[in-house]
Ligand binder design. Sequence first.
Ligand SMILES: Nc1ncnc2c1ncn2[C@@H]1O[C@H](COP(=O)(O)OP(=O)(O)OP(=O)(O)O)[C@@H](O)[C@H]1O
Ligand SMILES: [Mg+2]
Length: 282
Amino acid sequence: MKKPILCAGRLYCDLVFVNTPRLPTPGTEVFVPGLTLHAGGGAFITGANMVALGHAVSQFSTLPAAPFDAVVRADMAQYRVDASACATAADGIDPQITVAISCAEDRAFLTRSDGPATPDPAEIDLGQYAHLHIGELRTLQEQPDLLRLAKSAGLTVSLDCGWQDAYAENLSELISAVDVFLPNEAEMTALRAAGTDALCAPLTVVKNGKNGARARSRSCNAWILNGATPVEVLDATGAGDAFNAGFLSSWLERAPLEQCLANGNACGAAAVQALGGAGNLK
Ligand SMILES: Nc1ncnc2c1ncn2[C@@H]1O[C@H](COP(=O)(O)OP(=O)(O)OP(=O)(O)O)[C@@H](O)[C@H]1O
Ligand SMILES: [Mg+2]
């Protein structure tokens, strides 16, 4: 049997206000027709998509404090993402929550991120997994041991970038140690502006919304391009994470890069046509 994939990163309980008539303004109240609660965060959305593509996936995250841990555990069970390597946040740590307000023209988010992103990686047997996907660079910066231990246990490692208002100055050393780095266009530009060689990983894959994506391996100087077939966007949440799942699923099968990009684009396009980060998979 194939070894499972481990998806590590911040896991939130997402409280999503749906079809909000307008974004709230100070001193006013907006009544909303719908509210959903579910597990969110890049590592989880990538993992749920990989399960849908036929992989066994375990999540490696600190779960938000009670009562929200029950919500995210139920969601993980529904998406068949194994939660046995997760631990609920210790007492005194705030519930890790994102409030998403989604209306026709825009979206706004409020996020409380508290405590460690993951349990201690020294306490799990990483050798039981084939591949580690890290949902955001911030988690790797916080937990560089995770990468070191995964590499010494023989896993391949992929890393999404995730937006940061101010990237640290030189992140090339961390990024170059993963096998596949998957930023989007804006993240790549911001990393470069902050002094990081954004092409330092053995393989860099840049996501570019309706324009598709491109990939470049360190050993070869040319980009391989793959344009998406543009579709109408219902909700862009999680498109990048769904792309990651499609790309990695093919990459783990050693498919040619063109095929990995095409599979990533297909999953990204499916994600923008569904509500919520993992909405089209249940
Ligand atoms: N309008 C669209 N039509 C078709 N495909 C799309 C569209 N928007 C996004 N995609 C697909 O989804 C992928 C990821 O989208 P995007 O570049 O917005 O990632 P991202 O900014 O990292 O997303 P996220 O906000 O989820 O992190 C694209 O590379 C493309 O394959
Ligand atoms: Mg992204």
